[in-house]
Design a protein around this ligand. Structure first.
Ligand code: AHG
Ligand code: MN
Ligand code: MN
Length: 298
């Protein structure tokens, strides 16, 4: 079986990028271990006013510490931090955008959550998603899996008993499937979004929404279909964050032959106005996202 290291050695990645990806992958072990002792809500809110659980802050601080010590990363933007963190002494110029723990409201229910990471190679976190050099997520489900793209296809690795990632799916191409998901309260959906979802339901699309973006998108790689967190009443930018959630997963899905959109255009072409910029998101199989954009653009 191909290990993550063997796979990376066969790619065009430079040595330092390989080191960084392996370093991030290795953090799946301590983060997973931290689940049992970091279940509780702590009495703090993040910059979006969302309650943090201990595991949000633990994973965030842990990863920032790892990046600082590595000397490989010159800037980090995290969903849990109001400002970009810079490491001027770093020996490499990778800039990391991350959601240390996505789907954290599910931690106490033991459903799948994940760590989302995007990597740029020019020290800058404030740029279009399509400039990414690599993107990955670690999904803590029944297995711990790592889904990675270094712009040479999308591959899935599973953490084995020996603490090594081994490839379980090579060159994933997402099918046109019939799974759909939509966030926000139905009563707050805007008319166009409602119309599109109703259309999908009529076509026989099946609802699968867990509350964890990373888990909901992961299943689309296998089954195809569409996940959305739309603009909704009083929230024209929706809920999900361009830098930390939409761009890295959008980059992966696009590499797997799918598409990501803000409803009207490719989300990977959007220049973030600020670090905590939110965007409506439609992500999934190419056909359904094209159809959505066509309808939204009239
Ligand atoms: P996070 O746990 O990083 O704050 O992200 C939660 C996000 C995303 O994972 C999920 O799709 C969505 O918020 C769920 O929101 P609702 O609770 O509104 O459904
Ligand atoms: Mn998140
Ligand atoms: Mn998060």
């Amino acid at each position: 079986m191909t290990t993550l290291k063997q796979y990376l050695d066969g790619t065009k990645c430079e040595k330092k990028l390989k080191e960084l990806i392996e370093l991030i992958a290795a953090q799946g072990v301590p983060i997973r271990k931290a689940f049992i002792s970091n279940q509780k809500y702590v009495d703090t809110k993040n910059i979006y006013g969302e309650e943090q659980i201990a595991l949000d802050t633990w994973s965030n601080e842990h990863l920032i510490r790892v990046f600082r010590r590595s000397g490989l990363v010159s800037a980090v933007a995290s969903e849990e931090e109001a400002e970009v963190i810079r490491f001027p002494k770093a020996m490499a110029d990778y800039a990391v955008v991350m959601d240390p723990l996505d789907g954290s409201s599910l931690v106490q229910t033991n459903l799948a959550v994940g760590t989302i990471i995007g990597i740029y190679d020019n020290g800058d976190v404030m740029q279009k998603g399509r400039n990414m050099r690599a993107a990955l997520y670690i999904l803590y489900g029944p297995m711990t899996v790592l889904t990675l793209t270094v712009k040479e296809g999308v591959h899935v690795f599973a953490l084995n008993q020996g603490g090594e990632y081994v490839m379980i799916e090579k060159n994933v191409k997402m099918p046109e499937g019939k799974i759909y998901a939509s966030g926000a309260l139905k009563k707050d959906w805007l008319p166009e979004h409602r119309k599109f979802i109703t259309g999908l339901e009529k076509e026989g699309y099946k609802l699968r929404y867990s509350g964890s973006f990373v888990a909901d998108v992961h299943q689309l790689l296998k089954y195809g279909g569409m996940f959305s967190y739309p603009a909704f009443r009083g929230h024209k930018h929706g809920k999900l964050r361009l830098l930390f959630e939409v761009n890295p997963l959008g980059f992966i899905i696009t590499q797997a032959g799918g598409k990501v959109s803000d409803g009207y255009k490719n989300a990977l072409g959007v220049m973030p106005e600020k670090i905590d910029y939110r965007t409506p998101v439609y992500i999934g199989s190419k056909g359904v996202i094209r159809k959505l954009e066509k309808m939204f653009n009239g």
